[in-house]
Design a protein around this ligand. Sequence first.
Ligand SMILES: C[S@@+](CC[C@H](N)C(=O)[O-])C[C@H]1O[C@@H](n2cnc3c(N)ncnc32)[C@H](O)[C@@H]1O
Ligand SMILES: Nc1nc2[nH]cc(C(=O)O)c2c(=O)[nH]1
Ligand code: SF4
Ligand SMILES: [Mg+2]
Length: 220
Amino acid sequence: MSFLVVEKFVSINGEGQRAGEAAVFIRFRGCNLSCSYCDTKWANSPDAPAESMTAEEIVKYAASTGITDVTLTGGEPLLQPELHVLTDLLISSGHRVEIETNGSQPVEGLAKRALRPSFTLDYKLPDSGMESRMLTGNYSFLTMEDTVKFVAGSLSDLEKALLIIKTYGLCEKCRVYLSPVFGKIEPAQMVDFMIKNKMNSVRLQLQLHKFIWPPDMRGV
Ligand SMILES: C[S@@+](CC[C@H](N)C(=O)[O-])C[C@H]1O[C@@H](n2cnc3c(N)ncnc32)[C@H](O)[C@@H]1O
Ligand SMILES: Nc1nc2[nH]cc(C(=O)O)c2c(=O)[nH]1
Ligand code: SF4
Ligand SMILES: [Mg+2]
């Protein structure tokens, strides 16, 4: 069994609960969605150059970096068959594993494993064009180690995020993050919205790596 990896690198995590910490990134090829704003469209093409790696090879690479945190991303990582084999192996080797997932794929299987990765699970808002694909049943498997993330491109996206947070009681289940579609909405406008709507326990997050390096740079 092997995984199709379009890039692997070490950087600081620019997103999620472990933002600011050094992390190993494994980016898998292919996605089942096509978000309007996707910053990694290149990785989603079926003919994107990819390295076929076994779980053991990925673990060996991660171990060689000396970095504990591992982020599995893409593309859509939950499309990789037998991802649990890789997460079990990484976690049992002492890594802390986080999966960036688009919210359209079931997390139950991985969430119930003894060696459990954490999830940063997007809710795709209307501007993404992908909202109809969201599996809200996933929320019952989340804990405070996990995050539901809303990437908003407009005020109407923010209104929808607020409605979803309230409807599913997300702040009581997991962490909740709001992030701008890069360059599309002013972060200050998002802060005003959060304050006006008394959004307690919700965090604004800017993608750190896009401030440190050129926003379209790969491998960071
Ligand atoms: C490239 S995706 C890969 C993982 C998975 N397919 C997903 O959508 O969560 C990783 C994260 O980057 C976010 N993202 C992609 N393009 C973005 C952009 N232009 N501005 C802000 N965040 C973006 C996604 O919403 C997601 O949270
Ligand atoms: N530095 C850095 N941090 C990240 N956190 C999540 C990322 C992703 O693309 O999923 C990402 C990324 O692409 N780069
Ligand atoms: S789900 Fe993630 S990888 Fe797929 S198109 Fe959307 S942002 Fe890009
Ligand atoms: Mg990224």
